[in-house]
Design a protein around this ligand. Structure first.
Ligand code: SAM
Length: 224
């Protein structure tokens, strides 16, 4: 299997199942024009996040890592009336693009962007009593996934779901000797996940337009 074939299959799936959407397409175009890296979730992954949020009946969603707001738009559209999504972003330029994309998508009343390093903004959310969240999507810097997961456990309700992106990294996750801090971050997170009695978890590999990677899913099964 080649990356070209994965991409062709993703395009086939997107053409069939993901109707053209001006706000989402404009968000990607504006992100590209602003020079943001092309690291948003793929369209079929965005829709998966959207469907999971609906299945979850999520009213409060937290996202760590906004980039240009592409996944935030997918997730926010799953919310019922009165629902809200908070997205955390450390890069002011990314935050500006996200705000414009969220405004264009008509979601400014639903989505709140917090600018700052998530290691600072997550404890602030905890101190404010901003939770509990029904769904938390972790998709920022990979070295800090273990800390984000630990902090997310304090913010997620029992029955809530924590989703972590990029946990396979082209298979490099199995290299215990890797010197790459991103790989070590993911491996450390996997150890925490395995040892955490308050969640039931799995991870899946994905291939597609974003290459070979994967998501971890942790259902919070006990009160924290
Ligand atoms: C993979 S992108 C997010 C993609 C987005 N979730 C999507 O699919 O549309 C990761 C984002 O996390 C942000 N980020 C990196 N380190 C961060 C930190 N310490 N705190 C908050 N955000 C951070 C980056 O600036 C980048 O915009």
């Amino acid at each position: 299997m080649s990356e070209a074939l994965w991409t062709a299959v993703d395009d086939y799936i997107a053409d069939l199942l993901i109707p053209a959407d001006p706000a989402l397409e404009a968000a990607l175009a504006a992100s590209r024009e602003a020079g943001l890296p092309p690291i948003a979730v793929a369209p079929n992954q965005g829709k998966l996040l959207h469907l999971i949020a609906r299945l979850q009946g999520a009213r409060n969603i937290l996202e760590i890592g906004a980039l240009g707001g592409y996944s935030a738009i997918w997730l926010a559209r799953a919310l019922p009336a009165g629902g809200r999504l908070i997205t955390l972003e450390s890069d002011p330029k990314h935050a500006e693009v996200t705000r414009a994309n969220i405004l264009r998508a008509g979601l400014s009343d639903v989505v709140e962007l917090r600018l700052g390093r998530a290691l600072d903004t997550l404890p602030q959310l905890i101190a404010e009593g901003a939770g509990p969240f029904d769904l938390i999507f972790i998709d920022a810097d990979k070295q800090n996934i273990p800390a984000y997961f630990t902090l997310s456990l304090k913010l997620c309700r029992r029955g809530g779901l924590i989703i972590v992106d990029n946990v396979v990294r082209k298979g490099a996750v199995i290299d215990a000797d890797s010197l790459d801090p991103d790989i070590q971050g993911v491996r450390q997170f996997n150890k925490l996940l395995a040892a955490e009695p308050r969640v039931s978890a799995t991870a899946i590999q994905t291939v597609g337009v974003k290459g070979h990677d994967g998501f971890a899913f942790a259902l919070v099964t006990a009160d924290l």
